[in-house]
Design a protein. Structure first.
Length: 93
């Protein structure tokens, strides 16, 4: 389970099939471990149904629970700067 948690922390939100390929764990084991991690509250999961040429694909999308990745380096947009200015103004009042 630690291997799955580390992979999700490093790579963000992924499908269960991507986690299985990257970690080398079978898809059924990944799904059972993700279900167990979700019951413990360590992972958030969402069941997805996709259609590819009339084939139904059932997958799970998963991510670390409560983890917010650090902001990307670089310039900030005007919208982000205006929100930050409003927050600072409210904090002063």
């Amino acid at each position: 389970m630690n291997e799955i948690l580390q992979y999700l922390k490093k790579n963000g939100q992924k499908l269960d099939i991507d986690v299985a390929e990257a970690t080398g764990i079978s898809l059924t084991d990944v799904r059972s471990q993700l279900t167990e991690l979700a019951t413990k509250g360590k992972v958030m999961t969402c069941h997805l149904t996709r259609y590819d040429n009339k084939k139904t694909l059932e997958n799970m999308s998963c991510r670390i629970s409560g983890y917010i990745p650090p902001a990307a380096p670089g310039r900030k947009s005007k919208a982000q700067l205006s929100v930050a200015a409003k927050v600072e103004a409210e904090a002063e009042n």
